[in-house]
Design a protein around this ligand. Structure first.
Ligand code: ATP
Length: 353
């Protein structure tokens, strides 16, 4: 079976008003496994929307190829491509009923009324809006409008669905609910989803794989756990949540932190950066080889399930720790020692500036 989407070396530049050139995408390649949920994650301006627009056919490529379901899309206009897009601003037809919105593309394609009615019913069932065919769009909540937009995008049975920050207009609770629903709808339909967001938690919780984009290039592509625990570069480490980054020197198979603590490392380069996520720091020593960090607690905050503390250290500056709430909590100003298992320390082959 062909992959739902293959992107080979896609590049795109724009002319700037000042007469310069802006490279929006630089040789981006990406292949979706069948029925995979892949998220494009990156800061504003990194090229996420441009990449989606190339797939949907609204933007041309300067170089490279895009294949959908095994077919090269170069000469295919947007309206003939077997993809559809859900936008942040739902772009619904306000003056039409829910049912006509959902069935609109089928109506334009000349489908008969019975087929449209059945398909609209199926789609509204899928998104949890059964029976609302006759409602007008203005009578719906933001969350319901989002569901109509989704039903409309899926009505024509696309082979691939593109979602451009579809949840960012929703409040936090509704957003979390829709995250789960989107994921289960994707599983049920068994088609590929490309989801765009700049929210790292959303990307981590929903995706089969995440492509971290910055400066028009994919910085890293992998599962949420791989990107979070084993980022390949500093950008990915920093973008996917809080991290403590510490310089290391390496010689003769031994790595050394700035405070003199040493550990064995197969790392090749002479310098690297060690990363510890805040939840890898503990108040009690773990079993097995570990590192210790002494310092003064300079900030402390309760988040409900965790305690965040900042430990000011002489060698590394502030370290951020996430301690499980409930146990003993060091007070601000206390001198304490934190521990981290060596297995939780990850070396990145780049020097932090
Ligand atoms: P955001 O999260 O803010 O939507 P993005 O990652 O989706 O950002 P893009 O919209 O893909 O980013 O834009 C990538 C870069 O290309 C930006 O610097 C943007 O200003 C530029 N760009 C996009 N479209 C055009 C255009 N039609 N003409 C000129 N520059 C453009």
């Amino acid at each position: 079976m062909a992959a739902p989407l293959e992107i080979f070396n896609a590049s795109k530049s724009f002319r700037t008003p000042e007469g310069g050139t802006l490279i929006a995408l630089d040789k981006v390649s990406l292949k979706l496994a069948s029925a995979e949920f892949v998220t494009l994650l990156g800061p504003s301006g990194c090229g996420k929307t441009t990449l989606l627009r190339m797939v949907s056919g609204f933007e041309s490529l300067d170089a490279g190829d895009i294949l959908i379901d095994g077919t090269a899309m170069t000469d295919w206009p947007a309206y003939q491509r077997p993809v559809n897009t859900v936008f942040q601003k739902y772009a619904l037809f306000e003056h039409m009923s829910v049912g006509r919105n959902v069935g609109y593309a089928l109506e334009i394609a000349g489908e008969n009324r019975a087929t449209i009615k059945r398909r609209v019913g199926e789609m509204l069932d899928l998104v949890g809006l059964s029976g609302l065919e006759k409602r007008s769009i203005s009578q719906l909540s933001g969350g319901q409008q989002q569901r109509v937009a989704l039903a409309r995008a899926l009505a024509g049975k696309p082979k691939l669905l593109l979602l451009d920050e579809p949840l960012s207009a929703l409040d936090k609770n509704l957003r979390q609910k829709m995250q789960q629903e989107l994921k289960s709808i994707q599983r049920e339909l068994g088609i590929g989803f490309i989801f765009v967001t700049h929210d790292q938690e959303e990307a981590l919780s929903m995706s089969d794989r995440i492509a971290v984009l910055a400066g028009g290039q994919i910085q890293q592509l992998g599962t949420p756990a791989a990107l979070y625990r084993r980022p390949e570069n500093l950008f990915t480490a920093r973008f996917l949540g809080e991290s403590n980054l510490m310089p290391v020197r390496i010689a003769g198979g031994q790595a050394e932190l700035a405070d003199g603590q040493r550990f064995a490392s197969p790392h090749k380069g002479a310098e690297a950066t060690a990363m510890l996520r805040p939840e890898a720091l503990h108040l009690t020593p773990p079993e097995g080889p570990h590192l210790t960090f002494d310092g003064i607690v300079t900030a402390e905050a309760y988040t409900g399930k965790d305690r965040q503390i900042t430990l000011e250290t002489a060698s590394f500056g502030p370290l951020h720790a996430l301690l499980r709430a409930g146990g003993w909590v060091p007070e601000q100003g206390a001198t304490i020692r934190l521990y981290a298992s060596l297995g939780d320390l990850h070396l990145i082959d780049e020097v932090a500036r």
